[in-house]
Design a binder for this molecule. Structure first.
Ligand code: PPE
Length: 305
């Protein structure tokens, strides 16, 4: 990864290589902590803006609530910390990673009730998550042998560190098998989401995405739903099966890191002729214009740095 100069740690800007924690950091052992992924984009008119900054930090705050840990900063303070991190590193375009973690003190499971909760924010340049080729031509996806967790095993509304063990197992399995990404099914066998992306399909001009019960309530997902509706496209939140993806006209994944990435096949069956379809392409185009500040109607999603 491309290093930046500073990392924000509990109110201080620390040189990148010195941003360290103790090996007995509670979150490192048990995975109870929460994070966000946020993107800052260069605007066509000059300057930079963060995409849906407040929504991301609200979700971080809510993740802490779900995990029953006290977020050490308010949403407004975390917004300021993110902006400060970008400015200090003089980055025009970057990925931001705030993380709330339970620090050291006591060990044992219930120590989350007593140990201090701390916050760090890192920023670094991060290109196309699933490759530029993936963005342009679409990615090859396979159905994972790992399931998304039951809603009462780990809670899907929290973007919690430990949840990502499930995602990593699926992601590594997919890449070892020669695919770009995995589709994870929920415990009932319906299509849920990618390892780090929400999933959409298009059939007969109608767009369908998984209801939020079993998946992360993606901030890109909600933006995309709004853009599509503004384009006059019908969008529904309904469960669907893997074979409905096989016969869909188009499919695409959304996420902060993945942005809007077309899916060109699932389990070696071409989706929509094996190339990005018209609904996906039009959406992608609008999305990349919006984040560059070309559409005043969506300027409320952009926070100037
Ligand atoms: N589902 C999952 C499981 C997920 O991790 C993400 C984001 C999404 C959906 C999309 O959410 P949103 O970013 O709010 O639209 N995944 C983050 C982590 C990626 C990583 O590899 O790290 C991200 O995209 O930043």
């Amino acid at each position: 990864m491309e290093k930046a100069q500073y990392i924000w740690m509990n109110g201080n800007l620390v040189p990148w290589d010195e941003a360290k924690v103790h090996v007995l950091t509670h979150t490192l052992h048990y995975g109870l902590g929460a994070f966000e992924g946020i993107r800052c984009y260069k605007l066509d008119a000059g300057g930079s803006a963060v995409f849906r900054l407040r929504e991301h930090l609200q979700r971080l705050w809510q993740s802490c609530r779900i995990l029953a840990i006290d977020c050490p900063y308010s949403v407004d303070e975390m917004i300021e910390a993110c902006l400060q991190t970008i400015r200090a590193n003089e980055l025009e375009q970057c990925y931001l990673r705030p993380l709330a973690y339970v620090a050291d003190g006591e060990m044992g499971l219930a120590a989350t009730m007593d140990n201090p909760v701390r916050l760090m924010v890192a920023a670094w340049p991060w290109g196309a998550y699933l490759g530029q080729d993936g963005l342009d031509k679409g990615i090859r996806v396979h159905t994972s042998s790992f399931q998304r967790y039951h809603v009462n095993t780990l809670m899907t509304k929290a973007k919690a560190c430990g949840h990502y063990v499930n995602s990593i197992l699926a992601s590594v399995e997919a890449r070892r098998a020669g695919y770009d990404e995995a589709l994870m099914l929920d415990v009932d066998g319906y299509a849920a989401e990618g390892c780090g992306e929400n999933l959409f399909i298009v059939r007969d001009g109608r767009v369908k995405t998984t209801p939020i019960a079993t998946v992360l309530e993606g901030i890109t997902r909600s933006a995309v739903m709004e853009i599509l509706r503004d384009q006059g496209v019908e969008v529904v939140e309904e469960r669907y099966t893997r074979d409905e993806v096989y016969i869909a006209d188009e499919a695409f994944m959304t996420g902060t890191a993945a942005e809007v990435t077309p899916v060109r096949s699932l389990d070696d069956r071409d989706v929509g002729g094996g190339k990005p379809g018209p609904v996906t392409k039009k959406l992608q185009e609008a999305f990349f214009e919006i984040i560059r500040g070309k559409h005043p109607a969506y300027s409320r999603w952009l926070s100037r740095v």
